[in-house]
Design a protein around this ligand. Sequence first.
Ligand code: GTP
Length: 598
Amino acid sequence: VPVSRIRNFSIIAHIDHGKSTLADRLLQDTGTVAQREMKEQFLDSMDLERERGITIKLQAARMDYTAKDGNQYVLNLIDTPGHVDFSYEVSRSLAACEGALLVVDASQGVEAQTLANVYLALENNLEIIPVLNKIDLPGAEPDRVKEEIEEIIGLDCSDAILASAKEGIGINEILESIVKLVPPPEDTVSQKLRALIFDSYYDSYRGVIVYFRVMDGTLKKGDRIRLMASKKEYEIDEIGILCPTQKPVDELHAGEVGYVAAAIKAVEDARVGDTITLAKDAAEEPLPGYKEAKPMVFCGLFPTDSDQFPDLREALDKLKLNDSALSYEPETSTAMGFGFRCGFLGLLHMEIVQERLEREYNLDLIVTSPSVVYQVTTLKGEVLMIDNPTNLPEPNLREKIEEPYVRVEMITPEEYVGTLMDLGQTRRGDFKDMKYLTLGRTTLVYEVPLAEVVTDFFDQMKSRSRGYASMEYHLIGYRANPLVKLDLMINADPVDSLSMIVHRDKAYGVGRSMVEKLKELIPRHQFKVPLQAAIGSKIIASEHIPALRKDVLAKCYGGDISRKKKLLAKQAKGKKRMKSLGSVDVPQEAFMAVLRLN
Ligand code: GTP
């Protein structure tokens, strides 16, 4: 195909505004996927994604489309993940496009996540086509939403397309607009090869499959390639296009989108944002925008049963092949034994990894409460990055502790402004800005410590606004605060994996709720179990769990064996997900309890 007949685009949408449904429609209407082979929502191929209804991994699809002008065009749809944890991946897939469909639910309006992605698209100079979806709904208000888009984004909406992905309305108009409005790629076929990696996944038979957009030059079967950031070289086994299933071809030139298999061992060696060039005739400069993955949230993962430690290591090694953003290193905790300290892009990323480990690798895990990375300056002037509260230097050795801050933007119906401002306040946020948008919708901006956001900020925002508010955040830097380490003692033993770094002014409140929570969550034992919270040697809160009065078995006087067995089985079930700390059994919930404080 000539470069002038190619259109590369992506779809920007808030969760649930209909991105996948629209993508499916486009694939069907262009005959890329026949109706009968259409699994619902083709682009979200991972089960976990389907279950959670969110897009985690991005992929691509090539469609052939004969436009009204009689010419045949190649339309490459590049999918983007829909969550803040993955905004770097979003920015790279947008960098592979010339245009984007901005899909907004006409019964809802612009949401914070939509905005974040629109800004990324504008930074990448994309042509943005507004599409108002779900106009079939009785509650659709396309005019109000148009006004909102114009107001907030400054995008002309006089030609916005009214569509219903579900009913198939406006689909042709969307295809025509892509052809007319999205510019073709620049014709740089004669330049040296540079291809942008926007996704990759690990296949146990073929090694890593890399998805890319050729920005300059041509890539041919049999070429030897070099990855400019990882500095590795490979012989190509196969290149091809995504229709949306893989179809081998002989070459791909500037403007085209495809995949390559080259016996690459782990996705880490072909990371998103890296540039593919030729080993022989290499480009001088890589494409801009490459970044190393930087974990923002850390937690300890410990097997409930310490015999599972080798299995956990093996599972993490395997997951890592497919997840370059995951980091982990062995950690020993006096309370929990052997496990791993793991780093994630954000809470969602953390939950996904945890769920996979449990579901796909059959591991039973204890997850300690998440921590951010603190920057600690010691009296000697050393600067340490601390991702585990246990490693925090003693107060007499440190000069200051700085913590990461994020800028949080919330969009909400007016009536929830008060309660959301209260949330911002209680989470140590600095109020920055408030703007009225259209008809009772408001945006609120706060600068908040990341530690306060990675706990349950999102859930709080959702419940306080009955699900109507949305948010987005990004890192803005480190700030010094009076932070202290809060320790917890169960039965007089400090539990290192329950230690937390908290703001001095919050320590008492948090300490108190922690011991109360533990009292609630830890079952009674044969003996009295004291619970204490302390800063250094100072006890700031204490409680105790009274001893168990009666043995459950005492009820079944001797005889009835089957009943005894049943009771024991019931008890054993209740015991699941307990970790023995000394002689005390502590359930998983206790380790995550800090998430639900406040
Ligand atoms: P994520 O994958 O989570 O980002 O969501 P999404 O934006 O891909 O949304 P999805 O396509 O999964 O649609 C969300 C819900 O809206 C589904 O229940 C769809 O059936 C429904 N939906 C999508 N388009 C329309 C539409 O035009 N009209 C109506 N009434 N419902 C729609």
